[in-house]
Design a protein around this ligand. Sequence first.
Ligand code: S3P
Length: 177
Amino acid sequence: MEPKLKHNIILVGFMGSGKTSVGIRLAERLSYRFRDTDQVLEQKAGDTINHIFSVHGEEYFRNLETDLLNELRLGMNQTVLSTGGGLPLREQNGKLLKEMGYVVYLKANKQTTVKRLKGDTSRPLLQGEELEQKVEKMLNIRSPIYEQVAHKIIATDDKTINEIVHYIMESYLKQIY
Ligand code: S3P
């Protein structure tokens, strides 16, 4: 028998896919707590993600993400958790996410993503030239992984935040009741 689904929603997806804005609204609607792995890691480190990457490198940051997941999964309940775009890439993280609750992949295509991320300076992996090529390459690698960890995939390109929240709530509530 499948283990009972925990009452949490976990949002995964590429940078700029709306995980934080959707997560905040969704948590309000469900009267759940909202948490964002990037925000928690920045608070814990007392440092920005950009600076953590530049001083310690990506591997170090990925270890912080895995440690945080292991910490959060113990007591997390009635929470919407928005995750950093690279967090599901480690296989062990993907497994943990699925155990922690209902995983929703907010899918956005290349055009939407590039439009949203143009001029952004807060994401270390997208700095420098050729944003479009970088996004394309990373999306090709990551999309199948996001799809694999998700219970539900939502195409967000033509939807408002309220519409996305509505779709998530509809499918989540069917799962838990
Ligand atoms: C990353 C995504 C970022 C942040 C870090 C790395 C990634 O989070 O964790 O810059 O590898 O995709 P957002 O998806 O919230 O931008």
